[in-house]
Design a protein around this ligand. Structure first.
Ligand SMILES: Cc1cc2nc3c(=O)[nH]c(=O)nc-3n(C[C@H](O)[C@H](O)[C@H](O)COP(=O)(O)O)c2cc1C
Length: 179
């Protein structure tokens, strides 16, 4: 079966699944964001078979609580061969969710051309999630009113007020705390 966004669950629940502290979730996409590889832990967490996930757009597991601006930042960076770090809430096939701390990077051929993208994730720390949830809610509310430009502006304002950068803020949330 070729899974698409239409196969994503509509019965979204408040049930959280937790990734084991020792586990890593890995997936690889083509340059358009279609899954070309994933490890067993990924398939197990999201609740689809590895075979079904192959060729599916990665947005199959996009959770509606995630602001668009997070993915805009990610794609702008990785298309420019830079690393993206972020916290992502993902949607499982049964409507439940899980949080991860993710790193996405471009894979290059010997000429430096982007041939695919790889994401490696581990369990997000509890305190990072507690900090990021209200921020994502604010960004999402801004997006509903004024689109992604509005949420980008409020994210930049937040970073400016806190005298930090996106990477500094995100990395401090994960590293300053116990998972
Ligand atoms: C390697 C890689 C891994 C990704 N992993 C996720 C993920 O775990 N969850 C997610 O919602 N989006 C992920 N994305 C981003 C999706 O491609 C997409 O931009 C996002 O789900 C928003 O989709 P939409 O704009 O169609 O709603 C990943 C992208 C790449 C390149």
């Amino acid at each position: 079966m070729n899974l698409s966004k239409q196969n994503a669950p509509t019965n979204i629940t408040n049930i959280e699944k937790e990734l084991d502290e020792k586990d890593f979730i890995i997936s690889k996409t083509d340059t358009k964001g279609k899954i070309i590889y994933c490890n067993e832990i990924f398939a197990k967490m999201v609740g689809y078979s590895t075979a079904d996930l192959m060729g599916a757009n990665h947005n199959l597991i996009r959770h509606p609580n995630m602001p668009k601006v997070a993915f805009k930042l990610a794609w702008d960076l990785i298309k420019n061969k830079k690393e993206f770090f972020g916290f992502v809430k993902n949607l499982c096939s049964d409507g439940s969710y899980y949080w991860v701390f993710t790193c996405i990077t471009a894979d290059l051929d010997t000429n430096g051309n982007i041939i695919s993208y790889t994401s490696v994730r581990r369990k997000a720390s509890k305190s990072a999630i507690d900090t990021i949830v209200p921020i994502y809610k604010l960004l999402l509310d801004n997006e509903k009113k004024g689109g992604v430009e509005s949420s980008l502006e409020s994210l930049n304002n937040f970073l400016y007020e806190n005298q930090t950068t996106y990477d500094e803020f995100i990395l401090s949330l994960q590293s300053n705390t116990k998972v």
